[in-house]
Design a protein around this ligand. Sequence first.
Ligand code: GTP
Length: 597
Amino acid sequence: TPLKNIRNFSIVAHIDHGKSTLADRLIQMTGGLDLREMKAQVLDSMDIERERGITIKAQTVRLKYKAEDGEDYILNLIDTPGHVDFAYEVSRSMAAVEGSLLVVDASQGVEAQTLANVYHAIDANHEIVPVLNKVDLPAADVERVKTQIEDVIGIDASEALEISAKTGLGMESVLEAIVKRLPAPKGELNAPLKALLVDSWYDTYLGVVVLVRIIDGVMKKGQKIRMMASGAVYELDRVAVTTPKLVEVKELTPGELGVFTASIKEVADTNVGDTITEDKKPTDKALPGFRPAQPVVFCGLFPVDASDFDELRAAMGKLRLNDASFSFEMETSAALGFGFRCGFLGLLHLEIIQERLSREFDLDLIATAPSVVYEVEMTNGETQYLHNPADLPDVMKIAEIREPWIKATILTPDEYLGAILKLCQDRRGIQTNLSYVGQRAMVEYELPLNEVVFDFYDRLKSISKGYASFDYQLAEHRAGDLVKLSILVNAEPVDALSMLVHRTVAESRGRVMCEKLKELIPPHLFVIPIQAAIGGKIIARETVRAMRKDVTAKCYGGDATRKRKLLEKQKAGKKRMRQFGSVEIPQEAFIKALKMG
Ligand code: GTP
């Protein structure tokens, strides 16, 4: 296809503003699928994605469109993940196309996520076409939202399209705008192959499938390619485009988006952002901006039932096949038994993986409190990266602990502003800006990530009745007065409950944890002290009283079957109990204690 007849674009939108509905319409109008093949939502192909209303993996679809000018165009729509955790993937997807449709719900207006994603598009030098969706709704206020787009995002909205993806109103104008207002891609057909690795996934039948954007040169079957960051060489055994069905093609030329397979074993062998070139005739310069995926949040995942361990390992292996940014290694905990320490791109990523493990693999799991990655500078000058509070080195050897900070943007209706500022303040936030976007307040805060990983997002949603939107960017690590809070049951530290916290909140966190555990640990024949400590210093204490002896009498007497049943029940219960010295703690207690964060 000649460059002038190609248009590549992405759709930028806040959750629920209609990105998928619009994409489906475009596919339907350009005949990519017949109606029977049209599922309700084509692009969001995973169940969990559909239910949570988020798009996890970038996918792409090639549309054929005969424009009003009589020419045939190839339109490549690349679907980008909507959530902050996947910001790097978003930026790579954006780098693969020349323009964006900025979809804003005309009854809602600009949201935090709209902003974050549109900035990616602006960074990628995109031509941006504002599209006001849902104009069929009585609450739609086109003029107000246009002004918002101009004031907040700073782009001209005078020629914004006014559409309803649901009813189909104005959809032709979208296709025409893509052709007329977005630039054609550039590239050199005769230069050495240079392609951007945009995404990859594991397909049961095809193995690893790699999505690429051809910058220069030609990619075809049988060719030997080289991944420039990893140095790996592969022979292409299939080159195709997605419509969204996979359709094999002879070759991919500059400006095109397509996929290939090359007997690659694991998704982890393909790095998003890498440059692909021809092995024999390589390009001299890789594309800028490559960066390996780095987990940001860690937590322990343990099977509730110890006999599920092997199954859990297998399930994680399967998930990792498709998601190289999720990492795991074995971990043992005195409290929780055998499990895994897992790394994630962010909190949402963690939730998704956890949910898939329990839903798709039917596994009952306990997650320990999420931890960020700390930089621990030792007195001998070494720096350690710590993501498990249980591994904190001897404090005497530590010079400084640095924690990651984020820059957060929150948009909220005015009436919730006070409560939100208080929440941020309580979480050691530093306010950097406060402005208004129409009727809504936009606050910017710097916050320690470790204060956000607990329950910040849930709290924000609950105090704003769901109306506040939140987005963040990772900033730098900063030194902080951080201490390890240990929880001791009967004078024994419980590893799964230890955490790194700021000194100012250590006492209150410790007290809450002790109170909670007191309720959760059943009485024994002796008194059990529950303590919170920083180093050797006890900062909070509760006591589980001893039970009266005659309670055990119940276990005796009665007929034989009843007795056997009771014993069996006790045995089943035992599995769920953890022994701490002479104290037995029900697994339930940990789950509950960990849930409150
Ligand atoms: P995520 O996939 O969650 O990012 O959301 P999305 O932006 O893809 O939104 P989606 O297309 O799933 O639409 C969200 C809701 O808005 C759905 O219930 C749609 O039916 C509805 N919707 C989309 N477009 C329109 C529209 O033009 N008018 C009206 N009234 N509703 C719409």
